[in-house]
Design a protein around this ligand. Structure first.
Ligand SMILES: [Zn+2]
Length: 438
């Protein structure tokens, strides 16, 4: 690598520079293939989280990327039968080109997507042929060109576009595309099965009609007058958005939904009392979503308890429930405000996805008060049975201490507290000063 970095490009002819970059690319792809072979052999180490999470933490890559690398490695690795006979990889021809350093990750994605989207009725022998053909084309084509070949192949294999219930079921999904954008908005991708689409259409027919659920109206109407419908300037997309808001808002907080981790199924928001009084700034929900304070106040006006205030200084009423093994609802709300999510360093699991951990083990006579509680996501919670220790630091944060010799470091999790990323020496009021709201 050092020799390559030291090449004096001024002495290299223009055409040679392309050759150098090409050779580097092949070398890089081969490295990735070798790394994949090793990745496929990773095993769970006691005291570490499950393999995908450990891999993400050790390499400092996202969990989605870690899962993708594990899946790729699994499809491209040499396999053996139970009796030790060598067995071709799941994607045999693709794997050959991959290990020769001839394919980019984008080529691989095109082939994986093609195979994933094939309907069940295509016979295995046709699938094998298609994989071989795509792998051969991938060696000479760019990924975008390969995608066109893949599209033509899928039309050839499924000319009538026949898909079974299972094919459709495999594809359904709803995902947020990444985090919130800087303006606070989020983009999601919904792949609805016919049933969901039919139901949503029925809902939209009524609640996305002009004049219905219009936030611009003083009191949004369910049976708008012609005048209200006339005044509605929202686009079709905006009306459907507002109809979804109404659908979910009508459900959240309803006692018949039961509880989630000991709290009603509703939006839990933490913010400082100062921001609420000043009607500025941002609150953070237990899913890690930032919500502008005016929106929080608007949400709170729609019945159900979205917002509960408590005294962040004295912590009064939070010392109840000592005799109960289950942390009381009050304490959970306080923890949502204090910890906001899993407290293991680097973990991004938001509050909704956490369990309550008792720092003084209950069995050893610990008390259930909020100073001895912290939030941990289920995989990290399990680490505490595998040699990990936690302790509260004087500033109320939780330090995680791994057993020795693990590839993972301990410490405090600042992920859910962007405010801590700034200089800690400034004189801004710390947690508790002036009270908090959750
Ligand atoms: Zn966690």
């Amino acid at each position: 690598m050092d020799a390559l970095a030291a090449i004096d490009l001024d002495s290299v002819a223009a055409v040679q520079r392309y050759r150098i970059v090409d050779r580097l690319e092949i070398a890089r792809r081969r490295q990735i293939a070798i790394s994949g072979e090793h990745t496929a052999r990773l095993e769970h180490v006691p005291g570490c989280p499950p393999v995908p999470i450990t891999l993400a933490d050790v390499l400092r890559i996202s969990r989605a990327e870690a899962r993708r690398r594990l899946r790729d490695a699994d499809q491209l690795k040499q396999r053996t039968t139970l009796t030790g006979e060598p067995l071709a990889p799941l994607l045999p021809e693709t794997a050959k080109a991959w290990h020769d350093g001839l394919l980019d990750g984008e080529h691989l994605q095109v082939i994986q997507r093609f195979l994933r989207d094939l309907p069940d009725h295509v016979p295995p022998v046709e699938i094998e042929k298609a994989e071989k053909s795509l792998a051969e084309h991938a060696v000479t084509l760019r990924p975008d060109q390969l995608a066109k070949v893949a599209h033509q192949l899928s039309l050839l294999l499924n000319p009538d576009g026949t898909f079974s219930d299972e094919d459709r079921a495999r594809r359904r999904g709803f995902l947020w595309c990444g985090g919130q954008r800087p303006d606070g908005m989020s983009v999601g991708k919904l792949i609805a099965d016919p049933q969901l689409r039919a139901m949503l259409d029925a809902w939209f027919a009524k609640f996305a009609a002009p004049g219905v659920c219009n936030p611009a109206d003083q009191s949004p109407s369910l049976a708008p007058t012609p005048d209200e419908a006339e005044r509605d300037l929202r686009s079709h997309g905006q009306r459907q958005h507002d109809a979804l808001t109404a659908l979910v808002r009508g459900q959240l907080g309803d006692p018949k939904l039961g509880q989630h981790n000991g709290l009603p199924v509703t939006v839990i928001v933490s913010a400082t009392l100062h921001d609420i009084q000043a009607r500025t700034g941002q609150a953070v929900t237990a899913s890690g979503t930032l919500v502008p304070i005016p929106d929080v106040i608007r949400m709170a006006t729609h019945a159900y308890h979205y917002l509960a205030l408590f005294d962040g200084v004295t912590g009064r009423a939070l010392w109840l429930g000592r005799t109960k093994r289950v942390a009381s609802a009050d304490q959970r709300i306080v923890l949502h405000a204090k910890d906001r999510g899993c407290t293991r360093p680097g973990c991004d699991a938001p509050g909704y996805r956490t369990e309550i951990h008792h720092i003084d083990e209950w069995a050893a006579g610990g008390h259930t008060n909020v100073d001895t509680l912290t939030m941990a996501c289920p995989p990290d919670h399990k680490l505490l049975d595998q040699g990990w220790k936690t302790r509260k630091l004087p500033d109320g944060t939780t330090e995680w201490i791994p057993p020795p010799h693990l590839p993972i470091t301990g410490g405090v999790n600042d992920f859910h507290h962007p405010d801590r990323l700034l200089d800690r020496d400034d004189t801004a009021p710390s947690d508790g000063a002036g009270g908090e709201a959750a």
